[in-house]
Design a protein around this ligand. Structure first.
Ligand SMILES: *Cc1c(COP(=O)(O)O)cnc(C)c1O
Length: 458
């Protein structure tokens, strides 16, 4: 008999899950104005709001917590982090930051100025925010296939070379400080970028004399998809693929809360000594001394170890298979999801799941509320609430896709939790024909309203 797949870890410390009744949850979510961000975590049974900073650390990482060297300057934990980044990624210089957006703040302070244009595959929202905050422009050059859930494409995070060339032609290379590749591409559903595409983008960038930077929050998951989906890479190790991914890249920055397997942390890594020196000035202003950025010694030690564990094939295989397992289970119950399933999350198509709820009544948020009441499952709305009103006209904006995202924390939940989540969604599907009215807003902020919005049922 073929032995079944099991996770490459076992449990040493456990964390309780608290159960409430459906009636209690229905009352609670009403009390917090139908905003899932307002729930205390002990009112949630399976928390799939995000995979950022929510993973479980290993015993070796906890050992690093005890070994943390909290010296203000020149901490041994900092040197452990540098050695780890050099070992896996090959960059000489490393600037620690407290998380990914702090890395963006420092890096873009040094290289992005008013009037600049940064082309790339669907920029992450904080990346775009930090570009626009400097009165520069982020131009999305992702391939069209990424925005059609019915098309099966192995690398929906790829950059369209023609779109990229058109941007360079339109704005001129003087206005483009770098080309931004995000791996995996979070914004289009954790979709990977192929090595062939990375190479083509780099060749074009080289010809034009524009540097390539990478936003590498989920670079290890991207390498896993290259190994398992791209022709010619099945025999290469994850480390070999990572080396090839970064071969022609000048600068990377990372939200270590994702593939770094830590609860907080980030960094910028690069080859260029002069740029590193420039970054140091901003690190000192915004984060702290250059040998810790915004991190404690123990957090840097845990990250040095987490980076090593994050590129282990068995770990990645287990993680991606768990996400895929939930995807298959949902599909078997007829739940409409975005296909193919990405590296870190499932996206349920609320327009198809709740066809009788008008988009103006926030069907994806309603689906999130129903999942919470039914099973205590917390996801997050990626739809009309998140899209905000048009800042110029004040009109409601209706995005093409109305999604409920279920993001899976790393090494936290087991397959029975996934079965539980799928059953929760199946129960909602069963009564979905009767769900005909959604929610209306009673209070909202001008921007990023989804965090604080207050809603009531229609
Ligand atoms: C999470 C993330 C960021 C921002 O990092 P934080 O640690 O949340 O500040 C930037 N880019 C990508 C692709 C991310 O996933």
């Amino acid at each position: 008999m073929k032995l079944p797949h099991i996770p490459p870890y076992k449990t040493k410390v456990v964390e309780p899950v608290y159960f409430k009744t459906k009636e209690e949850r229905a009352a609670k979510i009403k009390e917090v104005n139908y905003n899932l961000f307002n729930l205390h975590s002990d009112w949630v049974v399976v928390d799939l709001m995000t995979d950022s900073g929510t993973g479980a650390m290993s015993e070796q990482q906890w050992a690093e917590i005890m070994l943390g060297d909290e010296s203000y300057a020149g901490s041994e934990s900092y040197f452990k982090l540098i050695r780890s980044v050099r070992d896996i990624m090959g960059f000489e210089f490393v600037a620690p930051t407290h998380q990914g957006r702090a890395a963006e703040n420092i890096l873009f302070s040094a290289v992005v100025k008013e009037g600049d244009v940064v082309p790339g595959n669907a920029h992450f929202d904080t990346t775009k925010g930090h570009i626009e905050f400097r009165k520069a422009k982020a131009v999305d050059c992702t391939i069209d296939e990424a925005f059609d859930t019915s098309i099966d494409h192995p690398f929906k995070g790829n950059i369209d070379l023609e779109k990229l060339e058109a941007v360079i032609k339109e704005y001129g290379k003087e206005r483009i400080p770098f080309i931004n590749i995000t791996v995996t591409c979070n914004t289009v559903g954790g979709q990977p970028v192929s090595l062939a595409n990375i190479r083509e983008v780099s060749e074009l960038a080289n010809r034009e004399g524009i540097p390539v930077y990478m936003d590498i929050a989920r670079y290890a998951e991207n390498a896993y998809f290259i190994k398992t989906r791209e022709v010619g890479y099945s025999d290469k190790s994850i480390r070999e693929i990572v080396t090839e991914m970064f071969q022609d890249v000048q600068v990377v920055w990372m939200s270590a809360k994702k593939d770094g397997l830590v609860n907080i942390g980030g960094f910028i890594a690069l080859h260029d000594a002069a740029l590193y020196e420039k970054l140091g000035q901003f690190t000192i202003i915004y984060e702290g001394f250059i040998t810790y950025g915004g991190m404690s010694g123990r957090a840097m030690g845990a990250l040095a170890e987490g980076l090593q564990e994050g590129v282990e094939f068995d770990y990645l295989n287990d993680r991606v298979q768990q996400v895929a397992y939930l995807g298959e289970k949902l599909k078997s119950y007829g739940i409409p999801i975005q296909d193919p399933v990405g590296g870190h999350a499932l996206y349920i198509d609320a327009k198809r799941m709740l066809p009788n709820v008008p988009q103006s009544q926030f069907p994806a948020q309603l689906l999130g509320i129903e999942a919470y009441i039914e099973g205590g499952v917390r996801g997050v709305e990626i739809g009309t609430l998140l899209a905000d009103k048009d800042p110029v006209t004040g009109e409601e904006r209706f995005p093409e896709m109305e999604l409920l995202r279920l993001a899976i924390p790393r090494r936290v939940y087991s397959l029975p939790h996934m079965d539980y989540v799928a059953a929760t969604m199946a129960n909602i599907k069963e009564k979905s024909a009767n769900l005909t009215t959604g929610l209306k807003i009673i209070k909202q902020a001008d921007i990023l309203r989804h965090f604080t919005v207050q809603l009531e049922k229609i």
